[in-house]
Design a protein around this ligand. Structure first.
Ligand code: ACO
Length: 337
């Protein structure tokens, strides 16, 4: 028995905004953004799009790869829907997962959200696969979806240029089949960590129960992200390398056994620094930050979907996914494809 990824999907909002577009309204430049982050453009959700709209479309894309003629019919077989998001349609409830459960008419599926910022998708994969292992549930939809541009402080050029909007999805299934690769298959190991002592370095300071907006208060900024970029950068490089090393050690593997690392796409320089520390060639990492920027919980499933569709990934290949972000959270997993 194993938990396998049997389908992937993604959705990027139609509106694409380049660095040069941003430089028209902000004191920044394509040169600064590219050289400090690797970002060239990002997609930004339309005003009438909420996170569940992106999540629903990514889910449909994944379901379509199982059943191109009738993706909606596949939704009926879902036992579980887990959405990783830090920017839900509504703070509190209902969850994004419940909203898409209704849209997909997945009447038999339990549904809930997970909030672990940019690491959310890795947490959600582990939660969903554990639930599939320990029950009579067979199929789960796991989505990473975020519209961070709606909680971005557009007056802060140091954070505003970093983010984009997207959703990515996978279908997980409990399967019985011969083992592959290293004598295992599916999601074989995951490590989840947090460093709550760094919580204040990356946060949405207003709008929650700690500091709610008050009656009569004049709001000059919507809920928005505050980030100590330098502190998060240092945390991220260490968290990223620690998780890679721990995953390899736990399974007795070396980097040579790994076909590709699909990392959270926060900043190309974080990946380059980690690669250098571990003496790994940069082409071991699947990168698409140039086109999409940091889409938070969506970066890993979107990158996984793009990578899976290149045709480079074969049955038995081992891939690693690694995330880090607000919380501070970090974690990763190994999958035998
Ligand atoms: N355009 C032009 N100049 C800029 C911009 C901009 N967009 N932003 C900052 N600058 C300027 C600063 O004002 C500063 O100027 P000064 O030297 O005159 O004061 C200079 O550039 C350097 O600024 P730094 O903040 O020191 O730049 P740094 O090299 O640290 O890069 C960055 C900033 C890209 C944010 C980096 O710190 C980083 O990537 N941090 C990690 C981000 C991250 O990984 N987040 C995690 C996930 S996010 C999540 O979980 C939601």
């Amino acid at each position: 028995m194993a938990i396998e990824i049997v389908a992937t999907g993604r959705y990027l909002p139609a509106r694409r905004v380049t660095n040069d577009d941003l430089a028209k309204t902000m004191d920044t430049s394509d040169e600064w953004i590219r050289s400090h982050t690797g970002i060239g453009s990002r997609h930004i959700a339309a005003d009438d799009e909420a996170t569940s709209d992106l999540a629903y479309k990514a889910a449909l894309d994944a379901l379509k790869s199982l059943n191109p003629e009738n993706p909606e019919a596949e939704a009926a077989s879902l036992d579980l829907i887990v959405v990783a998001t830090g920017s839900p349609d509504y703070y509190g409830f209902p969850s994004v997962a419940c909203i898409i459960q209704d849209k997909l008419k997945a009447e038999n599926a339990g549904a809930f959200d997970i909030q672990a910022a940019c690491t959310g998708f890795v947490y959600a994969l582990d939660a969903a696969s554990s639930m599939l292992m320990n029950g009579d549930r067979k199929r789960a939809l796991v989505v990473g979806a975020d519209i961070l541009t709606r909680i971005t402080n557009w007056d802060d050029r140091a954070t505003a240029v970093l983010f984009g909007d997207a959703a990515g999805a996978v279908i997980l299934e409990r399967t019985d089949a011969p083992s592959r690769g290293i004598g295992k298959r599916g999601l074989i190991r995951s490590i989840l960590r947090a460093q709550g002592s760094g919580a204040q370095e990356l946060k949405c300071a207003r709008g929650g129960t700690r500091a709610p907006f008050k009656k009569g208060e004049v709001i000059d900024q919507p809920i928005h992200i505050y980030m100590n970029g330098r502190a998060v950068y240092n945390f991220a490089v260490k968290a990223f390398t620690d998780i890679m090393e721990q995953l390899l050690e736990a399974e007795g593997l070396t980097m040579n056994d790994i076909k590709k690392v699909v990392p959270h796409q926060a900043n190309e320089r974080i990946i380059q620094a980690a690669a250098k520390r571990m003496n790994i060639p940069e082409d071991k990492f699947f990168m698409n930050i140039e086109r999409y920027a940091n889409t938070s919980g969506a970066t890993i499933p979107v990158a996984l979907d793009e990578y899976a569709r290149t045709g480079d990934l074969e049955k038995g290949d081992i891939i690693m996914m690694v995330g880090f972000g607000g919380g501070l959270t970090y974690g990763g997993c190994l999958v035998v494809w």
